[in-house]
Design a protein around this ligand. Structure first.
Ligand SMILES: [Zn+2]
Length: 289
């Protein structure tokens, strides 16, 4: 099943479902993540994609999980066109399982969740909330309640195999709109309580539409078109060149003394190597400005 995101509504309630197995596996490979890091990064990327589903075409958002655990900060960018990228500060940490599950909460620790929306010309809008458990899903829901006054249920899951590969990942985001009917809310809450973990649903072959039909079982459902999701980082050698140029002349001359520069994009782990001749070209371009 290819990665995708789909939304559905019933009067007063909207829901989003995402299947993100391939993109989480790609992030795992790019960053060489151990299981608990794959789970934390995958859950955060999945949540970011669902939150980004409401953005306008040109907007992007950044979801940051800053905890005091051994994993360090988790950062992801997403947009409503289905692109996401992300990294975790310490991808190669290992913690014992807790009750047979990856201990994402302990790996993340306590701290802050911050969501920033980049809307183009205007100032970015940013809000934050304390982390509740570090398990990501509850933390995003807590953020949405405290910072945006939207009661939400967020379920995000990543299944990692003993050989470290990610074989299932996905998420559900369910939000009650102002004026939602109590009976409808109660019915959806009951459906959610009966639902197995998202990673299990994805493993069983449920796509986003099938998950949303479970969420809204017994209620009228309006399903929207789904769209594909992918790990995508817009970095390029040209952009890295501009970063080098912006360092200024003396900094660049110092780098040339070292003979070579190696820059790595945090988000996708792509390595950019600049040989001495290329660096000297950049210096010339700077001189000609
Ligand atoms: Zn990149």
């Amino acid at each position: 099943m290819r990665d995708h995101l789909i939304r559905a509504t019933t009067p007063g309630i909207r829901a989003f479902a995402a299947v993100t197995t391939e993109l989480v596996e790609e992030a795992r490979r790019r960053h060489d993540c151990y299981p608990v890091a794959s789970a934390a990064l995958g859950r955060t990327m999945t949540a970011a994609l669902m939150l980004a589903a409401n953005l306008k075409t040109e907007e992007t958002l950044t979801l940051r999980i800053e905890g005091d655990g051994p994993l360090g900060t988790v950062v992801t960018d997403a947009n409503s066109r289905g692109a996401v990228r992300g990294y975790v500060k310490n991808p190669q940490i290992h913690l014992p399982l807790r009750e047979g599950k990856l201990d994402v909460g302990k790996a993340v620790g306590s701290g802050t969740i911050t969501l920033t929306r980049f809307t183009g010309l205007k100032q970015p809008f940013s809000g934050s909330a304390p982390l509740l458990t570090g398990e990501i899903g509850e933390d995003v829901a807590n953020y949405l309640l405290l910072s945006e006054q939207t009661p939400s249920t967020v379920a995000v899951g990543v299944l990692v195999q003993p050989d470290l590969t990610v074989t299932a990942a996905g998420g559900l985001l369910v939000q009650a709109m102002p004026g939602a009917d109590d009976k409808t809310v109660a019915a959806v809450e009951e459906n959610l309580a009966r639902l197995p973990a998202v990673s299990q649903l994805v493993t069983e072959g449920y796509d986003g539409a099938a998950m949303l039909e479970k969420v809204f079982a017994g209620l009228p459902v309006n399903l929207y078109d789904s769209y594909p999701l992918a790990f995508n980082c817009p970095c390029s050698k040209e952009k890295v060149e501009n970063v080098l140029i912006s360092l200024g002349k003396s900094e660049l001359e110092d780098i040339i003394l070292d003979g070579q520069a190696e820059l790595i994009c945090h988000f996708c782990n792509q390595k950019y190597i600049f040989e001495r001749a290329e660096l000297e070209d950049l210096l010339k371009r700077l001189d000609n400005k």
